[in-house]
Ligand binder design. Structure first.
Ligand SMILES: C[S@@+](CC[C@H](N)C(=O)[O-])C[C@H]1O[C@@H](n2cnc3c(N)ncnc32)[C@H](O)[C@@H]1O
Length: 237
């Protein structure tokens, strides 16, 4: 599905394009047992800010996958400049190019909601090892909104719909995940947090439509702030 928003963040090369940014990523990962032998898949890695952090911090096996060529080029540049041995793959979360039971952790930071969730969630489960864990930061809809009201939002983000927390939980259960935990995340803006800030890797040709898309994203973030919420889901196999 086309997404003016995803096209725009690829051109701006936004790293850490998920609610909570790198700070939330660090907090989530601290709770996991990650060793050098741990295999982690960063699905929808974008420009690879999270993958690079994991590889540096834990020295474990990181695979970074995205379906977008521009995002992947920028991720590769990042990993090469930091000399990080990260396996970069082009592919779709809906049909992952990995064998069953390949990973200990699958991490999806603001990715799954952009995909066909009925295909993606079972794929996460399939590529996880026995005792593997899926970690996902995802948007949820907190209040019911009419289809007409939501249509321009969905079109802009390239989503077919938005799920409630309950609907996400049902999906995880249906995919045979066990011990499903959910935590509410409230967006906080900490301008002092330079270490965990989003970073940018700009493409050469960024047209005016991309600046307009960025503005639209900020507008929607404000306009839908009481309707949209965020959750961190942790599901084990
Ligand atoms: C909002 S960005 C988040 C990027 C990254 N996780 C981060 O936090 O910076 C969503 C990412 O998901 C990728 N994506 C969307 N649909 C995908 C799919 N079906 N398979 C793989 N990646 C996908 C986009 O290309 C984009 O890089």
């Amino acid at each position: 599905m086309e997404s003016p928003y995803l096209d725009c963040i690829a051109l701006f090369g936004v790293g850490g394009a998920h609610p909570g940014g790198l700070q939330l990523t660090k907090k989530i990962l601290t709770k996991e047992k990650i060793r050098e032998t741990t295999a982690i898949l960063d699905v929808g890695c974008g420009t690879g800010q999270t993958s690079a952090y994991i590889a540096k911090q834990y020295g474990c096996n990181v695979t970074a996958l995205d379906c977008d060529k521009i995002m992947l080029e920028k991720a590769k540049q990042r990993f090469e400049s930091l000399r990080l041995p990260i396996d970069v793959r082009k592919g779709s979360a809906e049909s992952l190019p990995f064998d069953d039971g390949s990973f200990d952790i699958v991490l999806s930071e603001s990715v799954t909601a952009f995909t066909d969730v009925s295909r993606t969630v079972p794929e996460f489960r399939r590529v996880l090892k026995k005792d593997g864990v899926m970690l996902a930061i995802e948007a949820v809809i907190e209040k019911s909104v009419s289809e007409e009201e939501l249509a321009p939002f969905l079109h802009f983000y390239g989503m077919s719909g938005l799920l409630t927390e309950h609907e996400w939980l049902n999906l995880f259960q249906k995919a045979n995940f066990k011990n499903i935990n959910v935590e509410r995340y409230k967006v906080q803006i900490d301008e002092q947090d330079v270490d965990n800030a989003a970073d940018f890797s700009l493409s050469e040709d960024i047209g005016s439509e991309s600046y307009e898309a960025l503005e639209k994203h900020f507008h929607y973030s404000m306009f839908y702030k009481d309707i949209l919420g965020y959750r961190v889901f942790r599901c084990s196999c």
